[in-house]
Write a protein of this length. Sequence first.
Length: 240
Amino acid sequence: MKYDVIVIAGTTESREVIRRQSKEGKKILACVATELGAQMLTEYEIDIHTGRLDEEGFLRLFTENPCTKIIDASHPFAKIVTETVRSVAQKLAIPYEHFEREQQEYTYEGVHLVADVWEAVKRLNMTDGNILLTTGVNTATIYAENVTNARERLYIRVLDTPSSFAGCAKAGYQADHVFGEMPPFTVEDNLRLVHTTKAKVMVSKDSGKTGGVDRKVEACRQAGIDMVLIRRPESAEDEN
């Protein structure tokens, strides 16, 4: 079956891309990593491929499902996915478009920008008190293994899914230090968790307004605590 477009989905922006393409009468295949991502797209009359893919997997998917264009609307921190999809699209001579999430600037003086998770750990080890991680389960182990007094200091908010809880348990987090909740989160939601955990610093990825970072920053400002904010990875196009 030939598609007009394959959308690398799983974000709020990807739903907007799919909505616009659908209005134009395009035949769409959306590619998502998880069942949760697939559930977000059930309102659209599109085909959905669910499952994480490596280079070989994307090559097979694009070969078995010919399309006239690929739109990459994956998460801004999914750098490996973006690089892989772009590379495979070039190999197959399929037009590729990267949908870029809007960047924001934050004026709160308590925001400390870092390059990556390792620089975040270094910064955290210069602080005292409890830490609230809002960076997801994928990097939970890195913080647990490298932050000083991690077992006592680290609290983490993750998606309210069995796999997230299992990942935190495997990384060594105490059960009462793990909060499973589903976005979006208001300023009040963030403040409540800051007060519950008695956090002195919050850690976030700079995933933009869509990722609720502005509301996290405002919660930190109101609580008078610091935020360690991991910069968005540069795309290959930015690096050239």
